[in-house]
Design a protein around this ligand. Structure first.
Ligand code: ATP
Length: 352
């Protein structure tokens, strides 16, 4: 699902790199089917997410998404077209996984030399929280507006379970493997409940160190000592905000990959939107899209027991690092001229 704006530009780049990595490691090839959806599709057909595309998604082993939505195309209530949100609800993709890692050679936002050590994963619960109110908000008498946050035990247990697993995987890979819950349990009943469930799940994972941070303190920690974070899990709206902050630490939205993972299905997409301000110029940074494709191969390979596919995902990560290592490749967000083509070619050269 290439979608809108720069989604149409970064998707072919990411998939070309996935194909090249799979060709290098051997054994498996991706079979792809396009599923049209998004704001431009809505504008031309009146449908944002046609039934045929839904069925294509249902039948797929994994879904790759570029970006969707355009500020100029909206539903009557003023909200944007967002089939990527529909997918999260349709397939119960509760774990929004946002890795944040400083790529050597990409200038970080912070001057502190420890910024080069930034390497954490934010898990954003993606099906409820304040977003459960999407499409249900009310305005009364043009005087009061209300939205309601929903936190359920069922989804919280699953997203915490996923997050503890992520911490365990990181520890097995030689990283710290500690899990931090980000909430606002000191003010809201819903978050006190969220924390209670977290502590119950933590008791079932005594091997993983677990702690808590209030969201305001977490925002401060993310800019004052982000190198100290390992894995953090939070509610949907907090995760929406903090993941953009996290992206800013390591170069911007063009460096932020993501995966929306459920029990059976997953969607992989760069964390950025359709960036209409630069769409069509060829300037978009494809790194977030490329690293999202690497996450897809990692997930598919692990799920189907295909070590070559897992290795292809890792190869992409190494090729991105090698492409940027000498500091010569500077993308548009950081004031440089390395465009989609230049970055894609540099990563491809390091894969081949
Ligand atoms: P959404 O609400 O869908 O997350 P948004 O409107 O908040 O999207 P983006 O579309 O991600 O935001 O764009 C935010 C800013 O980041 C824009 O100035 C855009 O040009 C820039 N940006 C986003 N992605 C990239 C990229 N891959 N390369 C360069 N700049 C990007």
């Amino acid at each position: 699902m290439a979608g809108d704006g720069i989604g149409q530009e970064v998707t072919p780049a990411a998939l070309a790199i996935a194909d090249a990595a799979l060709a290098r490691t051997g054994g498996v090839r991706l079979v792809r089917e396009d599923a049209p959806a998004g704001a431009a599709h809505y504008q031309s057909t009146g449908e944002a997410f046609p039934e045929t595309s839904r069925r294509t998604c249902e039948a797929a082993d994994a879904i790759y998404l570029g970006a969707m939505g355009l500020p100029s195309v909206r539903y009557a209530d003023g909200t944007e077209i967002a089939p990527q949100l529909d997918l999260r609800f349709m397939f119960e993709l509760y774990a929004g996984v946002r890795p944040t890692r400083a790529i050597p050679g990409v200038r970080p936002a912070l001057a502190d030399p420890r910024a080069a050590e930034i390497d954490f994963v934010l898990v954003r619960e993606s099906t409820e929280g304040l977003f459960a109110s999407r499409g249900k908000g009310v305005v009364e008498d043009d005087a009061v507006a209300r939205e309601t946050m929903v936190i359920t035990r069922r989804v919280s247990e699953r997203v915490f379970g996923y997050s503890f697993g992520e911490a365990e995987r990181r520890r097995a890979a030689g990283k710290e493997g500690r899990l931090t819950l980000i909430d606002k349990a000191n003010v809201f009943t819903a978050f006190a409940f969220f924390r209670k469930v977290f502590d119950e799940v933590a008791a079932r994972h005594p091997d993983v160190a677990a702690d808590h941070l209030y969201v305001d303190a977490a925002a401060l920690a993310m800019v004052s000592r982000p190198w100290a974070l390992d894995v953090a899990v939070t509610e949907n709206m907090f995760g929406d905000i903090l993941s953009d902050l996290a992206a800013g630490l390591v170069g911007g939205m063009g460096y932020a990959p993501s995966a929306d993972i459920g029990d059976e299905r997953a969607v992989f997409q760069p964390a950025h939107g359709s960036a209409p301000d630069i769409a069509g110029t060829g300037k978009a940074n494809p790194v977030a899209a490329i690293l999202s494709a690497a996450m897809m191969l990692d997930w598919l390979g692990a799920r189907h027991g295909e070590v070559n596919v897992v290795e292809a995902g890792r190869l992409i990560g190494r090729a991105v690092d090698a492409a940027f290592a000498d500091g010569g490749l500077v993308t548009c967000e950081l004031g440089g001229t390395a465009d989609t083509r230049a970055v894609t070619d540099a990563v491809l050269a390091n894969i081949r």
